[in-house]
Design a binder for this molecule. Structure first.
Ligand SMILES: [Ca+2]
Ligand SMILES: [Ca+2]
Ligand SMILES: [Ca+2]
Length: 491
């Protein structure tokens, strides 16, 4: 699983720098304030460390930081030298992680111990035996379709369509281990991954609320190796059409420009970076919690070929066994957690943007250096993040012309509070499936479904509830058809 851990470490490095473009208001939200206050309580509950304990913690942090730098170097080298260095790097990271945790036991408020524990913990996440096993099985299954772990989830549907009939099934049958069910994956995420993420978020919050300013790590960078790694993980040609593929490569080049300082370099991590890191983690938490909230169990064999897929889709729509509960809400609290984390994510990123604007130190070694100018895009990103936060509180109007004066899309009122909190949908199928007179499996068995024109305006498809349970409060079928036309859907 060399790849996955490297991907995680790169998520840390690359996301931090790429979000330098995105990326800040000091007004913390009520929810976060509450969390921080709670955290403060637990920290206060622990007895104040003695001066001696604080000193011991500092010594451990120093030792751990040295080890951390060595481990990062080994991790970088393993890119070219192979698995042996990789294993050593992982062992070294594990030791570093325990040392930072020992320092935390002595002094739970030591900012660098919290930061070190947070960084090493995320790097080691992919090394957890259970997580690793689940991912390996999934990867083996996905590779049986001829894809890589990174590319497949997004393009699996396309591959399924184009793979020769029967080929996928035989590949599936020769697999020793069946992939985990969606429920099994959800359990691993709930019981293993989310608690880890919460632990890391708590560590970062201690750093955010401390008087700590920055820490500099000396690491060895090889930008070519990083670039090779990224291009081997993503197949641009497949992810985008050729023009967009070049764009994607351009963006990656730009991100990597920040890492063009090859060899021994100092990388300074400061509060801006900590807020970005935390914002990314909150977003990750939101996505994972959302994934765990719904019943997504499918029988993988049902999607092996187009014929079987058709039957499975019919069973899903008609709510027949084994898909009676597919797409129903499984865990209401998880969906609320997803909403809260999304809000926390936007709040953290907005704080990071403010902090970055206000940095006055030398930017040469900064992990996320200040941009040359804070242009329109910078302001638009802030506006978008604020809109996400507003929509999570209640109906919010999105004026697309603010983002793009040429935009030919009418204003949209959206209420994410309804989706995540106040009127959670119990069965997504009741809302996302358009109103249909006859399905292809109803007589006279036509190829396409026959849509119902509910409002009689001659345009279809229509939905029984075009507001989607209040998520789009002022939506009508007429307006929905307009949006679909402007977005080129159903044409
Ligand atoms: Ca600096
Ligand atoms: Ca900085
Ligand atoms: Ca209509």
């Amino acid at each position: 699983m060399k790849r996955l851990s490297l991907i995680l470490s790169l998520i840390f490095l690359v996301s931090l720098s790429s979000l330098g473009y995105a990326g800040v208001n000091f007004g913390m939200t009520g929810a976060i304030k509450e969390r921080v206050e709670k955290l403060d309580e637990t920290v206060k509950a622990v007895k104040e460390p003695t001066e001696e304990e604080k000193e011991e913690a500092k010594l451990k942090v120093e030792e751990a930081s040295g080890l951390f730098e060595d481990a990062m170097d080994l991790l970088g080298e393993s890119q070219t030298s192979g698995d042996e260095n990789y294993e050593t790097a992982v062992e070294s990271l594990k030791k570093t992680n325990s040392l930072f945790k020992e320092a935390l036991e002595k002094d739970p408020n030591n900012p660098e111990a919290n930061l070190g524990a947070a960084i090493t913990e995320i790097l080691l996440l992919g090394e957890d035996t259970e997580i690793k096993e689940a991912i390996e099985k999934l990867q083996a299954w996905l590779e049986s379709f001829g894809g890589s772990f990174m590319g497949s989830p997004i393009f699996m549907a396309k591959r399924l369509q184009t793979s020769q009939k029967g080929k996928a099934m035989s590949a599936f049958d020769v697999l020793e281990d069946k992939p985990p069910t969606m429920s099994e994956l959800q359990d691993i995420i709930k019981n293993k991954v989310l608690p880890e993420i919460d632990y890391i978020i708590k560590r970062l919050e201690v750093v955010e609320n401390s008087s700590w300013e920055s820490t500099t790590y000396e690491v060895t960078l090889d930008s070519e190796a990083i670039k090779d790694f990224i291009s081997s993980s993503f197949d641009y040609s497949e992810m985008f059409d050729s023009e967009d593929g070049e764009d994607a490569e351009g963006i990656i080049d730009e991100i990597l420009a920040g890492f063009s300082r090859d060899g021994e370099v100092n990388v300074e991590i400061d509060k801006t970076d900590v807020y970005v890191y935390n914002g990314m983690l909150q977003l990750f938490k939101s996505v994972l919690s959302g994934f765990c909230a719904w019943n997504l169990d499918i029988v993988y064999e049902d999607f092996e070929d187009p014929e079987k897929t058709k039957t499975a889709v019919m069973k899903i729509i008609e709510k027949q066994s084994p898909y009676k509960k597919f797409l129903t809400l499984k865990d209401s609290e998880m969906l609320k957690t997803a909403g809260n984390s999304l809000d926390a994510s936007a709040a953290k990123l907005l704080t990071a943007m403010d902090l970055l604007e206000n940095e006055t130190d030398d930017q040469q070694n900064d992990l996320i250096p200040q941009p040359d100018t804070y242009d329109e895009v910078w302001e638009k990103v802030k506006h978008a993040l604020n809109q996400v936060r507003d929509a999570l509180k209640g109906p919010t109007t999105i004026d697309f012309t603010y983002y793009d004066p040429e935009a030919d899309i009418p204003e949209l009122k959206i209420n994410l509070d309804a989706f995540y909190f106040t009127s959670q949908i119990q069965d997504l199928r009741d809302y996302i499936i358009p109103a249909v007179e006859k399905w292809p499996w109803d007589p006279p068995y036509s190829e396409e479904p026959e849509f119902k024109d509910i409002d009689g305006d001659g345009l279809t498809p229509d939905w029984n509830d075009p507001t989607f349970n209040g998520i789009l409060p002022e939506m009508t079928n007429e307006k929905l058809n307009e949006y679909m036309l402007s977005l080129n859907l159903f044409q």
